[in-house]
Design a protein around this ligand. Structure first.
Ligand code: NCD
Ligand code: ZN
Length: 348
């Protein structure tokens, strides 16, 4: 199969930033995806419905003419998020989840949750109203090894959270370990996970062996080959609990190529193409459509898209950089071969 057509996919985890870079970033996603869950970790974070509504308008203003793209907004959970805010979010009709960043876990997480006990009323309201919690699942203690932070989160935080709020809908975002994949596989139907293309294609050797490659540095950090294989197995298994979330997380070149480089891989310019390559590498390209275009919409209770995209197995070269406002940005695989190409997006 050198050419395939898919129901237009959605990206269930995306960072678009704000300001003058929106015009450079939004077109990549709008070309490939019909909808995307927009992460709220701006500086300052998106904590109110009012802020989310204004941010949504700025994103929509950056959608190229003639493209249909819907940003699905989220709020950033803090120690002081109120149940009233949760109610308002549900009533707004533009908010599809609330993101939990443990304070200190990743980019712009300083305002995140210091102790889940402080969020009890907000979480209880989310459980009652059916608003999903999107989880950055890593513990943050300085004494926990960075490669163990996700697995420690499962036993230490996620299991207790599920015990306290058994009906709360949870998305374990960008899972990176065999343990997380197995946990989600065995969890009730209210629990799902997103998986990035980079965690399906790369392991920590790509980041660390033969030289430090900052453009492969993201959080949660790339893990072992055995983890990559488990994630690929989960993504291609046909289980509706696993779906596409790129976690494309753009940072200017100078902020990545630095003595203290930012976490985040910029995959948006070839997002669906990289997933196609990962699925094709194990002969399961036929499983891509469920993962990319059906299961996320089903979990979020949204209709599946009716338009389609085409992909063909043709090599092209990823540019070495793109414009990023007044600066430039290096995409993943910069200057290297991408093995699948987007042909077109057709309206229904
Ligand atoms: C993300 C970012 O830069 O906003 N970085 C990353 O490495 N994934 C934050 C996040 O999702 O952890
Ligand atoms: Zn992210």
């Amino acid at each position: 199969m050198d050419r395939i057509a898919l129901t237009c996919p959605d990206d269930w985890h995306l960072h678009l930033r704000d300001g003058d870079v929106l015009g450079d970033l939004v077109p990549f996603t709008a070309e490939r995806f019909a909808r995307a869950i927009i992460m709220p970790n701006l500086n300052p974070p998106v904590t109110t419905v009012h802020q989310a509504r204004a941010y949504r308008e700025r994103i929509l203003a950056a959608v190229p003419p003639g493209r249909a793209f819907e940003p699905l907004m989220t709020l950033y959970l803090t120690d002081i998020t109120t149940p009233e805010t949760i109610r308002e979010a549900v009533e707004s009709g533009i908010i599809y989840g609330v993101k939990l960043y443990p304070a200190g876990a990743t980019t712009n997480s300083e305002a995140g949750v210091t102790d889940l006990a402080r969020c009890h009323e907000a979480l209880a309201a989310m459980e009652e109203l059916g608003l999903p919690l999107q989880i950055h699942g890593e513990v943050t203690h300085g004494n926990v090894d960075i490669f163990d932070r996700e697995t420690r989160f499962i036993e230490g935080r996620l299991v207790p959270l599920m015990g306290r709020y058994p009906r709360l809908r949870l998305v374990f975002e960008h899972i990176t370990t065999a343990q997380a994949a197995e946990f989600v596989h065995e969890a009730p139907a209210s629990v799902a996970a997103t998986i990035t293309a980079h965690h399906l294609l790369f392991n920590r050797n790509h980041l660390l062996a033969g030289g430090l490659r900052p453009h492969y540095y993201c959080l949660p950090v790339l893990k072992r080959e055995i983890d990559r294989e488990s994630l690929l197995e989960a993504a291609t298994s046909g289980s509706p609990k696993f779906f596409l979330g790129t976690d494309s997380a753009p940072h200017a070149r100078g902020d990545k190529e630095s003595a203290c480089g930012c976490a985040g891989c910029f995959t948006a310019p070839a997002a669906i193409e990289l997933y196609a390559e990962a699925f094709d590498s194990v002969g399961r390209i036929d499983m891509l459509e469920g993962f990319a275009s059906h299961f996320g919409a089903d979990f979020y209770g949204l209709p599946r898209n009716t338009d389609s995209i085409g992909l063909e197995r043709v090599d092209w070269n990823m540019p070495k950089h793109y414009r990023f406002g007044q600066r430039d940005i290096v995409p993943l695989r910069a200057g290297d071969r991408i093995r699948w190409r987007l042909t077109e997006r057709e309206r229904a």
